[in-house]
Design a protein around this ligand. Structure first.
Ligand code: SAH
Ligand code: SF4
Ligand code: F3S
Length: 485
């Protein structure tokens, strides 16, 4: 029999859209594990599947932190778990379709294991229509919680176990900054560090400002403390994450900015420092100079341009033009030699003409990106673009997508081949997934390299001579550190 449903809070689009000025609370609560849940967790196993961006990856690490504090242990397979959390992404329809497919499969599993608890978290459930659909169609889902209340995970689970009801608790919030969350990091040498949450840019196609709340920065001393701890623990790489890292600190209105933050983190001595994502609109010369100045800041900028036409950019509310984007790239390349640039591109925005699409192709060729992440526009309910009429057929959009992909790959191939014959430092991730006598590692410009070596090199920075390029993967051999150029 279907369980009773307890709707504590449901997402609300108007609330999610609201940006009336409010104080941003910094929450530093003590973590309390409910005694009853501790008993329940004993001997029970959890599984989390995460879709989406770095924000979700970091959220998963916090969820793991909470669950392990309560006594749950992790398993690698859904079928072995007593608690399954699906941490979802809402950026495009295909991301959501995957989740619905997975929820369908979980239904069968739950019939075999009726005690299994299934929770859905993340950006998808921040949308009212998704909560309604899951409530009605996927009745085996026991808990829905959102991006704003991860720090209440243990209390929510305690309620699910105790009351044996289905619970929906997904507030749409302006947003808070939650410090002191426990964390179980995915990686031992590479770490994501949140520097800000939410987004205020409201690009007309994008759902993120509604699912993640107001753009808000973490206080600089909290970020530095986290980074210093990572350095002390032997981490080799930190990636500072936020939807628009360049807006960091603007909300403090005291002059704090991303350039200052970058400098302070670089000075912790972390061997490799990265950041993402950069918005072309508020990238200042001071930021460019800081990147150029510190050897441990990787010379790679992910700078989404989305479309190579001013009219489309205006309709997207991106706040820059093709000319100001190319000018920014020129300034970056002048000051940062050997800069690697990557980008995101959307094809088939409503009413995009062939000529406007040609502008995108031209910009890809002009900038010569090392990699481009390309997407077909996906209408997102509640966003301004959702209401736009669209005279471009899906067939045409797909055709543009493939034509773009050809150009993107040809340029990426050229950019990768330039590296063949050179010697580069790489940070070793571990044994390659394809062959167990090979290692996977990343160059400073974020290219994946495979080379022969053993697991003892994991987490170390070593030198590799690149012998072959396969567009997005390089192959090489380790060279003596003394032999580097
Ligand atoms: N905050 C980042 C990226 C967020 S989402 C930024 O502004 O660059 C990652 C990428 O997904 C975006 O850069 C965009 O290219 C793509 N994207 C976002 N919404 C989309 C939509 N509705 N349809 C297709 N692609 C989308
Ligand atoms: Fe979405 Fe635009 Fe914000 Fe990026 S900047 S998260 S694309 S609204
Ligand atoms: Fe997806 Fe949410 Fe990130 S919609 S891209 S997981 S912020």
């Amino acid at each position: 029999m279907a369980k009773v449903i307890d709707i504590i809070d449901k997402p609300d689009l108007d609330k999610a859209r609201s940006r009336v000025r409010q104080e941003i609370p910094v929450v530093r609560d003590e973590i309390v594990v409910p005694e009853r849940l501790r008993e329940y967790a004993f001997g029970r196993r959890y599984f989390i599947r995460t879709y989406g961006c770095q924000a979700n990856v970091r959220d998963e690490e916090h969820m793991r932190g909470y669950l392990e504090l309560a006594g749950f242990t992790s398993v690698q397979e859904e079928s072995l778990a007593d608690l399954v959390i699906i941490n979802t992404c809402a950026i495009r329809e295909n991301a959501e379709d995957k989740v619905f497919g997975e929820l369908g499969l979980l239904k069968t599993l739950k019939t075999q294991k009726p005690d299994m608890i299934i929770a859905v978290a993340g950006c998808m459930v921040q949308q009212t229509h998704i909560v309604d659909k899951i409530t009605q169609v996927y009745r085996h889902v026991d808990l829905m919680f959102g991006t704003h209340n991860i720090h209440h995970l243990l209390e929510l689970l305690d309620e699910v176990y105790e009351k044996r009801v289905r619970i929906v608790n997904v507030p749409s919030k302006y947003g808070e900054i939650i410090e002191n969350m426990p964390t179980k990091r995915t990686h031992r040498y590479k770490a994501f560090v949140n520097i800000m949450y939410g987004c205020d840019k409201f690009c007309t196609y994008c759902i993120v400002p509604y699912t993640r709340g107001k753009e808000r920065s973490r206080h600089l001393p909290d970020i530095i403390q986290e980074c210093k701890q990572l350095v002390d623990e032997g981490y080799q790489e930190i990636t500072l994450v936020g939807q628009n890292v360049n807006s960091y600190g603007k909300d403090f209105k005291d002059g704090t900015d991303f350039a200052q933050l970058l400098q302070a983190v670089a000075e912790t001595g972390i061997p490799r420092l990265r950041f993402m994502t950069s918005h072309p609109w508020d990238f200042t010369d001071a930021m460019i100079d800081t990147i150029a100045k510190y050897d441990n800041i990787m010379k790679h900028i992910h700078l989404p341009f989305q479309a190579g036409d001013d009219m489309v950019l205006r309709l997207m509310a991106r706040r820059y033009t093709v000319a100001s984007y190319t000018d920014l790239v020129r300034r970056m390349r002048e000051r940062i030699p050997n800069l690697t640039l990557t980008t995101d591109i959307i094809v088939g925005f409503p009413n995009e003409t062939e000529e406007q699409f040609q502008g995108t192709l031209a910009l890809v060729k002009e900038i010569a990106f090392d990699a481009c992440y390309t997407f077909i526009y996906s209408p997102r309910k509640g966003t301004p673009a959702f209401k736009m009429m669209d005279n471009v057929t899906l067939e045409e959009k797909q055709d543009r997508f493939y034509r773009l992909k050809e150009v993107v790959d040809a340029i990426a191939k050229e950019r990768a081949e330039v590296m063949v014959g050179g010697i580069y430092p790489v940070l070793v991730d571990g044994i390659s997934k394809r062959k167990d006598d090979m290692l996977s590692a990343y160059t400073e410009n974020a290219k994946l390299v495979h080379f022969k070596g053993d697991a003892s090199l994991t987490g170390k920075i070593v030198y590799v001579r690149i012998q072959e390029s396969n567009v997005y993967t390089l192959f090489g051999e380790r060279v003596d550190d003394g032999a580097r150029a």
